[in-house]
Ligand binder design. Sequence first.
Ligand code: SF4
Length: 318
Amino acid sequence: MNEDLHTSLLQWYESHGRHTLPWRNTADPYRIWISEIMLQQTQVKTVLERFYFPFLERFPTLPSLASAPLDDVLKQWEGLGYYTRAKNLHKAAQLAAPFMPKSVDGLLALPGIGKSTAHAIAAFAYAIPVPILDANVKRILYRFYGRREADEKTLWNLAEKLFDPVHPYEFNQAMMDIGATLCLPKSTRCEECPFQNACKGAAGDPLHYPAPKKSKSVPVRERHIVVYRHNGNYGLKQRTGRFLHGLWGFHEQTAAPEQGTALDSIVQVYSHFRLEAEVWLCEGYHEELTYFGREEIDALALSGADHKVLKQLSASRP
Ligand code: SF4
């Protein structure tokens, strides 16, 4: 059965695959790795239009990324969010330079590279016959095999079962494309899908698979962000904790400041909490902060929330 399916899949990929994506027109494992990490939490369109090329222009090779200061890498990553990805990229580059590992095990040993990413790099750069298992592929597997629920191990087994080891590159790319264009979370176009005759989901209601996840409520973190201004310069601090480590930000506290001008409020949604903060401008000196001119701040890597604060500051011109 798989042979016919694989032939249909190959034909479909030939005519409908997204062949022009730049990371598909290279066998350079470094470029493929950068695209895979960027695409983990960011849409193809955004990566393509705003981040992939500028990042590679700034860090064209693995050694250039390895030798760059972390601050520069974070600055280049600004806007992509999930900064652990950038820190891991930098750390992994330092461990691997001057060459990317050539085996799945070697790739897996690097920080930030999980099994699916290691398999993607291995299949796309070295044609090693291993399947991938990203969110799109998982959704297809749930539907194809008519599963409402499955643990990670079962999903890997199903991915292996459906896999075409003779055409690892085309199979994996086609799976990603079907997941991105036909087998979507809230709709499907089964009549155009090469799996339609064998897919259990297509035989009934494809959206029945997988079972919907119970939505977790995200806690709200209420804070006051105080912008200290001293001699016309603004105070910021480089974060050292795990979260947003390495990024610069304005002073944050739980209570409202005793003095200062209230600007506006900002909201920033992170994966594990929602930040709701009142923004204040305070003329004064805070000894834990480093002071920068307005233009100097543009050269620092800031979180999304601090960019919003900066915007308010510019708009208020107090
Ligand atoms: S046939 Fe339909 S449900 Fe099955 S994989 Fe294709 S698009 Fe998804």
